[in-house]
Design a protein around this ligand. Structure first.
Ligand SMILES: [Zn+2]
Length: 263
């Protein structure tokens, strides 16, 4: 360095560099994320999300769990949320039970408090997966959410994942993720009293209920107004029984031309 400075001074002495004491404005610094190194880690080799056919309540005492069946199953649960961006995983965890639903829930101190997502709990932790293809909006620590990831799936659909123990260190704003890709592990960072995933779904900026939004429409029987003709009588099975008469036809066909066999 010193050698460069000396050689610059020597060059200036020879050529006559203009010297000014005017302070230059500092350049505007922009924060540019360093290029991804795609560090090998547990997420690179972890299997993709399983598709859970059912979701069970952790216990029957939650105030906002929604409809719970006799086996403890969330009766409205289906594996996918149908959204304008396509299907999202409704339970993007390795394995979990439903510990809290969307909407007002009773608090220990009394009264209710709005809960903007669903809580999917497993005290043993486990992987958290991207609910669908998308781009990382945020992968950072965010106050009450703790370790937090938000994914933009396009068409106004976003998903949020809170309280994670950690997330894949390769994830940052703008990174592409694919459906079912492991992105982090369940934890209780931020404002959480137990190990769980706080899962939020946004559609056009509005938080929707991840357990009920985009569910298939319930099957409703509607009265049949159309009348059908009486079924045709079934032909008896006896081999010698007369076959049903062929349906009459008004169309007449010409007799087929019989070819003469040459002698
Ligand atoms: Zn929650």
């Amino acid at each position: 360095m010193r050698r460069i400075a000396l050689s610059l001074a020597a060059a200036c002495a020879l050529t006559g560099c203009a010297v000014s004491n005017t302070p230059y404005p500092r350049p505007i610094t922009t924060t540019i994320a360093p290029p991804l190194q795609n560090l090998p880690n547990i997420y690179a080799s972890a299997p993709r999300a399983p598709l859970h056919s059912e979701l069970f309540a952790c216990n029957a005492y939650g105030s906002n769990l929604g409809l719970i069946g006799q086996r403890g199953e969330a009766t409205n649960y289906t594996p996918y949320i149908d959204t304008p961006a396509g299907p999202l995983l409704r339970n993007p965890t390795e394995i979990a039970c439903l510990s809290s639903g969307f909407g007002y829930r009773d608090t220990a101190s009394g009264g209710g408090r709005q809960h903007n997502g669903v809580d999917l709990a497993n005290h043993d932790g486990g992987f958290i997966y991207a609910a669908a293809d998308g781009w990382i909006v945020v992968a950072d620590y965010r106050n009450g959410y703790g370790n937090f990831i938000e994914i933009d799936h396009g068409n106004g659909v976003r998903t949020r994942y809170g309280h994670m123990a950690e997330f894949d260190s390769n994830l940052r704003s703008g990174v592409r993720v694919t459906a079912g890709e492991p992105i982090g592990r369940m934890g209780m960072t931020g404002n959480a009293t137990g190990v769980h995933l706080h899962y939020e779904v946004l559609v056009d900026g509005l938080l929707v209920d991840p357990l009920n939004y985009g569910a298939p429409r319930p099957y409703v029987t509607t009265p049949v107004t159309q009348t059908y003709q009486e079924p045709l009588p079934v032909a008896p099975l006896e081999p010698d029984a007369a076959a049903p008469a062929p349906a009459p036809t008004s169309q007449t066909y010409p007799e087929p031309v019989r070819l003469q066999r040459p002698d």
